[in-house]
Design a protein around this ligand. Structure first.
Ligand SMILES: Cc1cc2nc3c(=O)[nH]c(=O)nc-3n(C[C@H](O)[C@H](O)[C@H](O)COP(=O)(O)OP(=O)(O)OC[C@H]3O[C@@H](n4cnc5c(N)ncnc54)[C@H](O)[C@@H]3O)c2cc1C
Length: 397
């Protein structure tokens, strides 16, 4: 049986391992964390293109059992004026709108699904190096252990160790945004079924939704010229969770309700992290190593597509893997343009989220956006993002 070493048990890793197992591979997954993290990140959007893959995996129904459908995004100015409503999905198809889920729930569903299909997930194994040899590949872990495989798949996120072997010169680009967020309960705040709200706050961008049980999911994107010196530290510059919460409350103190109320009700802990993207990785594979998901096309969360694109990669790569044939180039050819276009699209949204120091440009934006967004509901220009649909062919591309 051919063997694929899969590095990373986030979204792409267990998904590709499941599909390869169905195609007759042994596909063990090695994850650096010592155990599954119940608070892995905050929450994220799963778009219909990602849901199609979850359906292929047989996991869509379970995921949706704890999801907030959000087919519409309502945009607000920092003065509380509604600027417009934008579909969170293909135009005029609300049933195909995005759903928002806790990141840890998405991980759990994909992980459980993989294990049920016989994938072996091992925690506490951080890949250090990849070595190629005649007839195979060796993964060397930081604990000194090694694993042998026919191929190695880097599903190890934006800081990918496999990418250091495949494309060592690639450096992630800072988006100019810091991300933060949390959960809260605000007495009296009504649920927002079908909707996620976005506020162009005076000094920081803010998004929130209220689930049926009253739990508020919120995030803030702070504008920053450079990432904190400690890139990896979520709370950089020595600031504590309380310091950041105080700063966020201050930054959003003049914004319309319920933004200040949500932050007042947040108990923490609050993390703040710099957001990076990978506009272009060259190449996507080398010898017997190949990259998927954030490891090869990390995008800012602004387009709500990071996890969905990682899931798409899993299907396309699995379609091109049938030992002894490993058509990594065909996989790259099938995915590169779409991934780069999406990363660029998200970068465009990042720019709009950065707070302008010019009061004039803010006034112009607040005046013009309602005009641009008036027909957003019937604007099909973004349908290419959502209409991607590649069936799983079990190793037969
Ligand atoms: C902390 C965090 C919070 C996020 N929050 C959001 C959000 O709120 N909204 C949003 O849209 N997107 C968010 N994202 C991005 C989104 O989760 C990704 O786009 C998506 O998960 C891509 O999936 P992936 O499997 O490629 O990578 P990931 O989900 O990042 O998974 C990579 C996995 O590889 C593991 N790993 C890393 N290095 C090694 C190594 N050397 N050896 C073994 N394992 C390794 C990591 O621990 C991780 O489990 C977040 C990402 C992170 C890391």
């Amino acid at each position: 049986m051919p063997k694929a070493l899969v590095i990373g048990a986030g979204v792409a890793g267990p998904a590709v391992a499941t599909l390869l197992t169905r195609s007759g591979w042994e596909a063990p997954v090695f994850e650096a964390r010592s155990e599954p993290d119940p608070f892995a990140g905050l929450f994220l959007n799963i778009a219909v293109n990602g849901r199609r893959v979850l359906s292929t995996l047989g996991l869509e129904e379970r995921l949706l059992s704890d999801a907030h459908p959000a087919p519409n995004m309502v945009m607000w100015s920092g003065r509380g004026k509604q600027l417009g409503v934008v579909p969170n999905g293909p135009a005029e198809r609300p049933a195909d709108g995005g759903v928002v889920v806790r990141r840890s729930w998405l991980h759990e569903v994909i992980r459980d699904g993989a294990e049920q299909e016989g994938v072996k997930l091992t925690y506490g194994r951080r890949l250090a190096e990849v070595h190629q040899h005649v007839g195979g590949v060796t993964a060397r872990f930081t604990d000194g252990t090694e694993e042998e495989g026919d191929v190695i798949i880097g599903a190890d996120g934006i800081g990918s160790a496999v990418r250091k072997y495949v494309a060592p010169d690639v450096v992630p680009t800072f988006t100019g945004l810091l991300g933060s967020g949390g959960f809260a309960h605000v007495p009296g705040l009504e649920p927002t079924p079908g909707i996620q709200h976005f506020v162009f706050g005076a000094r920081s961008f803010f998004g929130y939704l209220v689930r049926e049980d009253g739990t508020v999911f919120w995030f803030a994107n702070l504008t920053a010229d450079a990432p904190p010196a400690d890139r990896s530290g979520l709370i950089g510059s020595g600031a504590t969770s309380d310091d950041w919460l105080a700063r966020l409350r201050d930054l959003h103190s003049d914004d319309p309700a319920p933004v200040p109320q949500i932050l007042a009700a947040t108990k923490g802990p609050v993390t703040v992290y710099p957001i990076f993207r990978l506009p272009r990785v060259q190449p996507w594979w080398h010898d017997r190593a190949v990259l998927v998901g954030d490891a090869v096309h990390a995008t800012s969360p602004s387009a709500g597509q990071g996890a969905s694109m990682a899931l798409e990669d899993a299907v396309v790569l699995a379609n091109h893997l049938s030992e002894p044939k490993r058509d990594f180039q065909a996989y790259e050819d099938a995915r590169r343009d779409r991934a780069e276009k999406l990363v660029a699209y998200a970068a465009g949204i990042d720019k709009q989220k950065r707070v302008s120091k010019s009061r004039l440009s803010v006034a112009i934006r607040d005046l013009m956006l309602p005009i641009f967004l008036r027909k957003a509901g019937a604007d099909h220009r973004n349908d290419w993002i959502f209409d991607y649909d590649v069936p799983f062919r079990g190793g037969r591309a």
